[in-house]
Design a protein around this ligand. Structure first.
Ligand SMILES: [Zn+2]
Length: 207
């Protein structure tokens, strides 16, 4: 897809959901990744949008995206939980300076899917808000911008996006992924780009 067509689609969309997957995880050039986030935010600024991400590195906290409209169901490293999951309490950075659970004395651990027992209460309030907002996208022109989402957590972004694009006649799914950009058969309101989605976003300015 050409940058021009993407801009036209962003412009014409009443609502946008940006889904960010594995290709957006930290572990690559941090500055470059932040640049891609920045560009994505600029391209979609002012739109009625949500970002759903499976990244747990919390890098999106350092971007201009409205964090009230970002949901990270796999957790994020800026929040903490009891490593023994003795409580559903979630602490923010610096709230428990010694990093020890005040209830049971076990060390705290990052509130992400990598915790032995993941306390989902961390992300759920935001997730529910997102789902609620999503019900209002029915029959509205909706752009699903799915970037770098593979098959690690398909129930969070990939499969729901496909379902929405099937059901909502005014939706359009754009899937960008280096190796997993294939679309399900019969899904016509969709397009694909076989390219790393971070590279793809960064290239949008050069056109
Ligand atoms: Zn505890």
């Amino acid at each position: 897809m050409e940058a021009e067509e993407l801009l036209r689609r962003i412009d014409g969309a009443e609502k946008i959901i940006i889904g960010l997957g594995e290709e957006w995880a930290l572990g690559q050039d941090r500055q470059r990744l932040l640049e891609a986030y920045g560009l994505l935010e600029k391209l979609t600024r002012g739109k009625d949008l949500w970002v759903v991400t499976t990244a747990t590195d919390g890098l999106i906290y350092e971007t201009a995206f409205d964090l009230g409209r970002v949901t990270a169901p796999c957790g994020n490293i800026h929040w903490f939980q009891c490593s023994k999951a003795c409580t559903k309490d979630i602490w923010e950075e610096g709230e428990v300076p010694d990093g020890i659970c005040p209830h049971c004395g076990a060390p705290l651990t990052a509130n992400t899917v990598r915790a032995e027992v993941y306390i989902e209460e961390g992300y759920l309030p935001k997730w529910q808000k997102y789902k609620q907002w999503q019900t209002r996208t029915l029959n509205r022109s909706l752009l699903l911008l799915e970037l770098g989402v593979g098959l690690s957590y398909p129930t969070v972004i990939r499969w729901p996006f496909e379902k929405i694009a099937m059901l909502n006649e005014k939706a359009y799914l754009l899937r960008v992924h280096e190796s997993l950009s294939q679309l399900p058969e019969g899904l016509t309101r969709a397009g694909r780009v076989k390219e790393n989605s971070v590279d793809w976003v960064l290239k949008l300015t050069q056109q």
